[in-house]
Design a protein around this ligand. Structure first.
Ligand code: SAM
Length: 213
């Protein structure tokens, strides 16, 4: 018997306001995180982008990588509408990422910005395993995530993460309550962390993962 699975959060109601809510709370810090590795992605040809929301990353990426085709997966129809306005070249898929199988093979980029935190560690692990057959050996995975910092920032960052989950529960019905250990899940699926940037005292991380040898 399989365990009952929660529905994904419903981001339709916050889609239009999302960008402004973000700027009011974090100014441009989340954007700096999302865009941190774009210069290293200009040679990518085929991307799988999960939960990009209103499409700001996809738009920036497709401008930087003119030869790239992108498949964008999101459970919110309104977010996908905004994404298509910003990034008309992208192919969109209204789907739960936990069920999604890529329409083809040879993807050389996976991007997940502030999305894996909507999943549990087990769900991230299952997603990473399911994607493996569709990826090229040169594939890279870029991740942006919140993180519980160490030292002085440990308590503030833990409080911030709790407050964010509470806000998303109220606004979207998201049931997840803690950050997944996405690093362990990616390593188990054959990835290694190749580069990392930390922002806001370590509360935000931009990561660049490669296939392990
Ligand atoms: C917190 S927002 C992040 C948006 C954007 N990536 C960013 O950097 O701010 C999470 C996005 O993932 C989508 N999402 C959440 N759970 C999902 C799931 N299980 N399958 C597909 N999309 C999901 C939401 O609809 C939303 O667009």
């Amino acid at each position: 018997m399989s365990a009952r699975r929660e529905a994904p959060g419903n981001f339709d109601g916050v889609a239009r306001a999302y960008r402004w809510l973000e700027y009011m709370t974090f100014a441009r810090a989340l954007e700096r995180c999302r865009f941190a590795f774009i210069p290293a992605l200009a040679d990518r040809r085929k991307a799988l982008i999960f939960g990009d929301g209103d499409g700001r990353f996809t738009s920036r990426l497709t401008a930087a990588a003119p030869g790239l085709s992108a498949d964008c997966v999101d459970a919110s129809a309104r977010m996908l509408e905004l994404l298509r306005e910003r990034a008309p070249r992208a192919r969109t898929h209204l789907a739960d990422a936990r069920d999604f199988s890529p329409p083809g093979a040879g993807y050389d980029l996976v991007a997940t910005h502030f999305f894996l935190d909507c999943l549990t560690t087990e769900e991230v692990a299952a997603l990473a395993e399911r994607l493996n057959p569709s990826l090229s050996a040169q594939a890279v995975w870029v991740v942006s995530e919140f993180s519980i910092a160490s030292g002085f920032w440990a308590m503030p960052s833990a409080a911030l993460v709790r407050a964010l989950y509470l806000a998303f529960r109220i606004l979207t019905g998201l049931r997840t309550t803690r950050l997944p250990d996405h690093g362990a899940a990616l390593r188990a699926a054959g990835w290694r962390l190749s580069d990392e940037r930390r922002l806001l005292g370590g509360m935000l991380r931009a990561e660049f993962w490669r296939r392990a040898a």
